[in-house]
Design a protein around this ligand. Structure first.
Ligand SMILES: C[S@@+](CC[C@H](N)C(=O)[O-])C[C@H]1O[C@@H](n2cnc3c(N)ncnc32)[C@H](O)[C@@H]1O
Ligand SMILES: [Zn+2]
Length: 292
């Protein structure tokens, strides 16, 4: 487990800090003695006791998202995020990826700092990935061994100190406005990626994406306005060439993946052409944290 971000970590039971663990430690203890497991794969499980009511993505859903992202379909989004983060945090700083999933976007963001490290500015950024799904974090830990990956529920108080983060990144994941504002440094930035109404419209029916609510810009701004001031917004349209396997992955990786009958889906997708053209349509919005 990577330890530099441990300095920002607070015990979810008592709010104490953690002592720096040994490199191969299998648990991490706060200074009051509460101990949490570090999984073999390297992520830290802070979510103990009663589980949350949320149903995490299944292993099959996580695997579908990983395959789809690995195929590079959303690489332009990853690139745009890497550039945005690098502009906001050119040197040292802490980046939190809330709902990191399989860690794909955080990996691209951190790759943007490879030069800094090569040129001797090692440890230029500290990264934290949080997700409620262990299946996702297993993959995220593999992708981003330099990040502190934590199993956590974003709707709870976050286990990070106040004013510790320079950027919070949220790609298609829950937004806990008050907690994001608390952990961000004054003037720190929240980056939110949401789908536009036209996102994958061409395959919405085949992939069972119908009924997904678009996050309207005004509604997004409104939901954050108590703690954040909008500082920028852009739309990103990405043309996609999708084979049947890609559409299968899109169907499985979305919220519908919880309910899909894979046999039925296979039959539905069997008639698809070798290549379907579709457009991924994203909004990238940035917000500045306002502190009282
Ligand atoms: C659509 S996925 C996006 C993942 C990643 N950001 C990406 O774009 O590849 C949503 C992620 O949010 C996570 N998630 C949903 N509710 C959560 C919660 N309450 N706390 C933490 N993570 C949550 C899910 O486990 C899932 O990995
Ligand atoms: Zn404690």
């Amino acid at each position: 487990m990577e330890i530099s971000a441990v300095n920002a970590l607070l015990c979810p039971h008592c709010g104490s800090e953690f002592s720096t663990p040994d490199t191969n430690a299998t648990s991490l203890a706060c200074t009051s003695g509460h101990s949490f497991d570090i999984a073999r794969q390297g992520y830290l499980n802070l979510l103990t006791g009663h589980g949350t009511k949320f149903v995490p993505d299944t292993a099959a859903m996580v695997s579908a998202r990983d395959s789809f992202l690995d195929a590079g379909h959303y690489a332009p989004l990853a690139q745009a995020l890497a550039e945005t983060v690098k502009e906001l945090v050119p040197g040292a700083g802490m980046i939190v990826d809330a709902g990191t999933g399989t860690g794909y976007y955080l990996q691209q963001v951190l790759a943007g700092y490879a030069e800094n490290q090569e040129s001797g500015l090692a440890r230029s950024v500290t990264a934290v990935g949080m997700d409620i799904s262990k299946f996702a974090l297993r993959r995220a830990s593999r992708r981003n061994p330099a990040a502190l990956n934590i199993v956590w529920d974003l709707w709870r108080e976050l286990p990070l100190g106040a004013s510790t983060a320079d950027v919070v990144l949220v790609v298609f994941a829950p937004r806990n406005a008050s907690e994001f504002a608390r952990i961000l440094k004054p003037g720190g930035t929240l980056i939110v990626v949401t789908p536009l109404a036209s996102h994958l419209a061409e395959i919405a029916q085949e992939a069972g994406l119908l009924g997904i609510q678009e996050d309207k810009e005004a509604a997004l701004n409104h939901s954050l306005e108590e703690h954040f001031t909008p500082s920028g917004s852009r739309e990103l349209l990405v043309p996609l060439h999708l084979g049947p396997a890609d559409i299968d992955n899109v169907a499985l990786m979305g919220p519908a993946g919880h309910h899909l009958d894979t046999v039925e889906l296979g039959e539905r997708l069997a008639h698809l052409p070798e290549e379907t053209l579709a457009t991924a349509a994203f909004r990238i919005s940035t917000f500045t944290a306002r502190h009282p």
